[in-house]
Structure formats: structure tokens, C-alpha cells
Design a protein around this ligand. Structure first.
Ligand SMILES: [Zn+2]
Length: 456
């Protein structure tokens, strides 16, 4: 079998792909609730001859395995949706179900392309009778940044040699480095209630502590690395203003390019919280809920990914599709589109090209994902395909609209070819696997440690 033949296998799987994209889009489920989506994928994979491995601890997580022997290749699939982003595949904002969840991150595309990549690889293994095992990973809760971290903790990734991942985006690109490490931490302040007018001096306000902490952290911003991101929301349980609140809390995300930076900023934010508690004579409980890592550099993996991105047949969009893309792009701030066009060096509405290697840094993704944790456990590659017009960001109605249209589907079908192409290379050239593992084992400057305090 050669590369063109594996692409043909992918093409023959188009009916399964189309049904998967549409079915997952029609059943958007938020993180932790992916019953339909996980079962849908389990059924397709079981019918195709994969063995399904579930976990008692995580209902909607699984992996489906086919083949024998080495290498063991993991293909990462996701399928959770986002709350409140219900959206029809249209050029204007219109929910399918008001306030309902929707695929604003395109995970219906992500999961379906990963599925087809795994099925095509299975057919290659079947026809060629070569050594190798393909595993499709059904990963829930990506939007909660916790699914793969838990699956790793449960040992579900044990035995894998390498992992292939991708994400829908507005650009065709392989990533050598990407994603910010992220920690989710809550601060619970406890004070003393009092009548806010009759005897305020008797009270100790937990809300004052929250506000002072936020002020302190906002001053701290000046003195942390530029690339860090700190954001928060607050909660006072709707205590009315005439009561000095004895309870208030804040919820922080701290992000930076490396987990080591995140941990050192966390240490300083904790000091600010304790200072705020001291100032207000309240107490504070600090709860680091979870965290996910940045992506570990894996040059060999990225090279194979990049070559396959260039080699696979890129999508051809029809006139109608380009019109839809233009109409969706019109709903964006023109400045954003202009900036992105400049960055990507194109004026087209759908990103047409796979950029050169310097492009990897330009397109660095500042989001965070639990995929990062996988990259610290085995060599992993990641790439994105243009599934929506240039300038559209994930987690928007525009992205959700594209995820339900043929724009998204065509981008994702391209991704399926890229995944199958990579798996093909690793199955046929054991030296790639060896080189990827060698690089991974040599690059041990950073010791991975799971940040997940509420899961056993
Ligand atoms: Zn996503």
C-alpha cells in the first residue's frame, strides 16, 4: 500500500464521516454528559471490528483498539460541546435550541476526523497484515480541561508509543509548540455577618477580601511574564447588600507557556489571597482543582505531521461555500480579519496554504487543552485545519455555524487524510517511531506531574 491508497481508503469512508459529523452536531453534549456522542462512536468502531475498552470511573471515556504488536498508535478524538452555543449552520446568529449547547469548538469535526483516521489505518493493517496497533481514544470533558488528565491517571494511555491529535481552526498548520499550561484554582473566603447599617463594625466581609485580592492580583500582573494570562470570576451567593457577607469566593485560571511559570505565579497569587484575608480578618481556603500542561516539543512528530499536511489532498471549496464563509466573516470586526490576513500572509477567506516552518510560531495557540498532558507521556503531534473563515475564533457562534456546514466538514475530511497519512508513515517506517521515542526520552528537562486533586 502507498500513500495514495490510504487516501483512497479515507475517501471510501466518506459516508461514515458525513454521518458522524452530522450526528454529533445534532446531539451537542457538554463536558461530562457525552452519552450519545461516546456511544455513537463506540458503535461505529465496534461494527468496524475494533475492541472497545471502557472505564468504570469515566462513563464517556473509552479507547477502541485494532491490530497486534508495535507500534501502538493513539489517535485522539473529542466530542464535547459548549453551553449556550447552540447554532444553526447559517451566516447569522440563530440557535437550534435557545440557550442550548452547541459545537462552538468544532469537536463534532475533531472526533469524526479522528474516527476516519483510525478506520482507514485499520483497513491498511488488515490488508497489509503488518505489525501495528491502532487505538481511537474517545476523550470526553476536553472543554473542562480534565478528560485526558483523568484518563492518563487511570492508566488508559498505558502501552501507547505515540499519539496523533488535531483541532479545527482558521488556519492549516502543524504546531511544534502550542497551548498554554493552565491551573484552575478557587479561593473561598469566610468572615462574619452583621447588619450592614446597624452594626457594620461587628462584621468581617468575605467580599471585601475577594475584592482586595483581585486588586492585589491586578497589580501583580505588571510583575509576571508578559505571556501569562490571569482571569477570574467571583461569587457572593447573592447575599443582599444589607448583610455583611460572611462568604465570598473567586475562581481563577492562571495560564503561561510552561507549567513551571504557572506554579510560580500561583504561589504569588496565593500570597495575595492570604494578604487579603489578613487585611479583612477573614480566613481563606485555597483549592487547586485541576491543571493541564503545555504541549511538549516533539520535533520528529511535528516533521512527520508537517509533511503529511503538505502531501494530503487539500479541500476545494465551492462558490456557495466561499459565499457562506464570506457572509460569516462579515459578522466579525474587520480589523480582526485584516490582522489575521496579515499574519497568515493571505487575502483569501479560507486559509489556503500550509505555511513554512516559521509559521509554527506565528500560529501558536494561546488556549489550553488537556492534550498537553498526553504530550508529556508520549511523543505527540498536533495540527489544525481551516474549518472556518480566517478571523473566526473557537467558542463562538460563527465557529459553531461552520462546524455544522460543509465548510467545517471539508476541513475536517482533509484532517482525516493527514491523520491517516501520519499513521501510515509510522507503521511503515519504524525508524520514525524510534526517532520520536529517542527524542522524547532525551528531552526530560521537565518532569511531568499530574495536577488533579479531586480524582482517584
Ligand atoms: Zn476545542
Amino acid at each position: 500500500m502507498n500513500k495514495q491508497e490510504i487516501y483512497r481508503e479515507v475517501d471510501q469512508l466518506q459516508p461514515i464521516f458525513d454521518d458522524s459529523v452530522a450526528s454529533l452536531f445534532a446531539h451537542p453534549e457538554t463536558g461530562g454528559n457525552e452519552q450519545f456522542s461516546a456511544n455513537y462512536l463506540r458503535n461505529v468502531l465496534a461494527k468496524e471490528g475494533f475492541t472497545i475498552h471502557n472505564s468504570e470511573k469515566m462513563e464517556h471515556a473509552f479507547y477502541a483498539e485494532y491490530g497486534q504488536g508495535k507500534p501502538v498508535i493513539a489517535i485522539l478524538g473529542e466530542y464535547d460541546a459548549l453551553p449556550g452555543l447552540s447554532q444553526k449552520p447559517a451566516a447569522h446568529q440563530e440557535a437550534v435550541q435557545d440557550g442550548g449547547p452547541g459545537h462552538g469548538c468544532g469537536h463534532n469535526l475533531l472526533g469524526s476526523a479522528a474516527l476516519i483516521g483510525a478506520l482507514a489505518t485499520k483497513r491498511c493493517l488488515e490488508k497489509e497484515k503488518i505489525s501495528g496497533t491502532i487505538r481511537f481514544y474517545g476523550c470526553p470533558e476536553e472543554e473542562l480541561l480534565s478528560g485526558k488528565v483523568k484518563m492518563l491517571r487511570l492508566g488508559m494511555f498505558d502501552g501507547c508509543d505515540l499519539a496523533l491529535s488535531w483541532h479545527p481552526m482558521d488556519v492549516n498548520c502543524a504546531y511544534e509548540e502550542s497551548y498554554l499550561a493552565n491551573i484552575s484554582v478557587r479561593f473561598f473566603f469566610h468572615g462574619k455577618t452583621a447588619h450592614a447599617a446597624v452594626a457594620p463594625w461587628q462584621g468581617r466581609s468575605a467580599l471585601d477580601a475577594v475584592e482586595l485580592m483581585n486588586v492585589g492580583v491586578n497589580y501583580l500582573r505588571e510583575h509576571v511574564i508578559d505571556s501569562a494570562r490571569i482571569h477570574y470570576s467571583t461569587n457572593c451567593k447573592d447575599i443582599p447588600p444589607n448583610i455583611v457577607p460572611d462568604y465570598a469566593s473567586s475562581w481563577y485560571f492562571i495560564r503561561a507557556p510552561h507549567m513551571a511559570d504557572v506554579l510560580s505565579i500561583l504561589d504569588r497569587v496565593e500570597k495575595v489571597a492570604k494578604g487579603a484575608a489578613m487585611m479583612t480578618e477573614t480566613t481563606v481556603d485555597i483549592d487547586v482543582e485541576y491543571g493541564c500542561w503545555e504541549m511538549k516539543k516533539a520535533k520528529v512528530m511535528t516533521d512527520v505531521c508537517y509533511e503529511n499536511l503538505k502531501e494530503a489532498p487539500a479541500p476545494q471549496f465551492t462558490k456557495e461555500e466561499i459565499e457562506l464563509a464570506k457572509a460569516i466573516q462579515k459578522s466579525l470586526d474587520p480589523q480582526i480579519v485584516q490582522n489575521k490576513n496579515q499574519l497568515y500572509g493571505t487575502k483569501r477567506v479560507m486559509h489556503p496554504i500550509v505555511g513554512d516552518r516559521s509559521f509554527w510560531k506565528i500560529a501558536f495557540m494561546t488556549a489550553s487543552t488537556d492534550t498537553g498532558d498526553v504530550s508529556f507521556n508520549m511523543p505527540m503531534s498536533t495540527f489544525s485545519c481551516a474549518c472556518w473563515p480566517i478571523g473566526v475564533a473557537p467558542h463562538t457562534w460563527q465557529a459553531a455555524a461552520c462546524a455544522g456546514s460543509s465548510l467545517g466538514a471539508k476541513g475536517a475530511f482533509y484532517a482525516a487524510h493527514v491523520i491517516a497519512g501520519q499513521a501510515f508513515d509510522f507503521l511503515h517506517d519504524p525508524e520514525y517511531v524510534q526517532a520520536a521515542k529517542k527524542e522524547f526520552n532525551e528531552n526530560q528537562d521537565i518532569q511531568y506531574q499530574s495536577i488533579l486533586n479531586h480524582f482517584e
